[in-house]
Write a protein that binds this ligand. Structure first.
Ligand code: NI
Length: 396
């Protein structure tokens, strides 16, 4: 089946669906309207549909027992942002916006689901298809709730594909690489315990401020001095809270930050050095420091087989000259949690087009996308799934 040709025929429908979802953005775990829309489409095309993980949707296309199962995953949630994109189909809900383009992901996955059901009706599918529409990607929670609800279990999924739009790549291009595509994400919380006093008698205190100042600078040496320069890593602070008056040395100061890395070794080293430096700084300033590091997400790692299927599908759909191997992003994606369980590949779908002002980054109130990418995204997802079924069938 020529998925690009069919997706181009579906262009007006894809745009209508995307604009409908775009103008009705729903926040994480509130995706009721979106999931009802998704479920009604899937049912219409012959999928067996059940709700999953709260506001998610699980759809299964009938298959021959024993044949491989390929899954396509899309996220559906929006962000608490007031839209300023100026598009005529902007959000009708104040303070909510599809500013990360998950409306595009949902639409492309629906397009793929529709075409795969058509292929199945023509006897052209060498396996089964599972569609996973997840809530709450923005909270790093949706994938987890789907997994707890058996997303990959019944039927057992063998291989998995997903896309994320990317406003840095021209519309109609695909960016995908084998191995790390997006970073592991950890949340850092630090509490520095001092001993308070009057600001005029600092010797009666253990002032947490110099401890915190020193700690922040010391921690910045981890990436520059301890990490292999070829190994990407980030340690950023996002909040610091302490004190209430100009002449009072406070009892404690709290900091939060984020740690990003790719390899498990780099991740462990970052954590180890944060703890060691905090301990040393605590002793130097006589201020106990408590470090809490929460492992939020592993890195998005595209395995060799699913990558091969995806990059071949991309070349088939848009031509080799429009498929690039990107520099990985330090952003995270909870698709990584699925990849911990089954091999999977996430690719980036270029949506940039400066002539229509589609050039703002994810989470910008001006974020917008070139809709000519919709058929491309749908076709690459569908073709990746078919190539994967074929590869797995020939292996069996
Ligand atoms: Ni996103």
């Amino acid at each position: 089946m020529d998925f690009l040709k069919r997706a181009e025929e579906l262009y007006d429908w894809l745009v209508t669906v995307r604009r409908d979802i775009h103008s009705h953005p729903e926040l994480s775990f509130e995706e009721r309207r979106t999931s009802a829309l998704v479920a009604s489409f899937l049912e219409e095309w012959g999928y067996v549909v059940r709700p999953i993980g709260g506001t998610g949707v699980h759809g299964v296309l009938k298959r021959v027992a024993g044949s491989p199962v390929a899954a396509i995953r899309a996220d559906m949630d929006a962000l608490p942002i007031e839209e300023e994109s100026g598009v005529p189909f902007a959000s009708v809900y104040p303070g909510k916006m599809h500013a990360c383009g998950h409306d595009i992901h949902t639409t492309c996955a629906l397009g793929a689901a529709r075409m795969l059901s058509e292929a199945a009706a023509q006897g052209l599918l060498p396996g089964g298809v599972v569609l996973l529409f997840q809530p709450a990607e923005e909270l790093n929670k949706g994938a987890e709730t789907l997994l707890l609800d058996g997303a990959l279990a019944s039927p057992k999924v063998d291989i998995l594909f997903a896309l994320h739009n990317h406003p840095s790549y021209p519309a109609g291009s695909i960016a995908v690489r084998e191995g790390a595509q997006m970073a592991a994400v950890d949340t850092l919380k630090i509490a520095v315990q001092g001993r308070g006093s009057h600001g005029a008698i600092p010797h009666e205190s253990n002032d947490p401020f110099p401890a915190v100042a020193s700690l922040i600078m010391n921690l910045q040496t981890i990436v520059s001095r301890n990490m292999d320069p070829q190994e990407p890593a980030v340690l950023s602070f996002g909040s610091i809270h302490g004190g209430a008056a100009n002449n009072v040395i406070p009892e404690h100061i709290a900091l939060t930050g984020t740690i990003r890395s790719f390899s498990p070794e780099a991740r462990d080293l970052l954590h180890e050095r944060v703890r060691e430096i905090a301990q040393g700084t605590a002793e130097a300033f006589r201020c106990p420091i408590h470090v809490d590091i929460r492992r939020d997400l592993p890195a998005v790692l595209n395995d060799p087989l699913s990558y091969r299927c995806c990059v071949q599908a991309a070349k088939d759909i848009v031509g080799a000259e429009r498929v690039v191997s990107p520099v990985p992003s330090m952003g995270g994606e909870d698709f990584a949690l699925f990849q911990q369980i089954v091999p999977g590949c996430m690719f980036w779908l270029g949506v940039r087009n400066e002539t229509i002002d589609a050039r703002y980054p994810w989470h910008s109130p001006r974020f917008t996308a070139d809709e000519s990418a919709l058929p491309v995204g749908a076709a690459v997802l569908a073709r990746s799934a078919v190539l994967a079924m074929e590869a797995l069938s020939s292996q069996a």
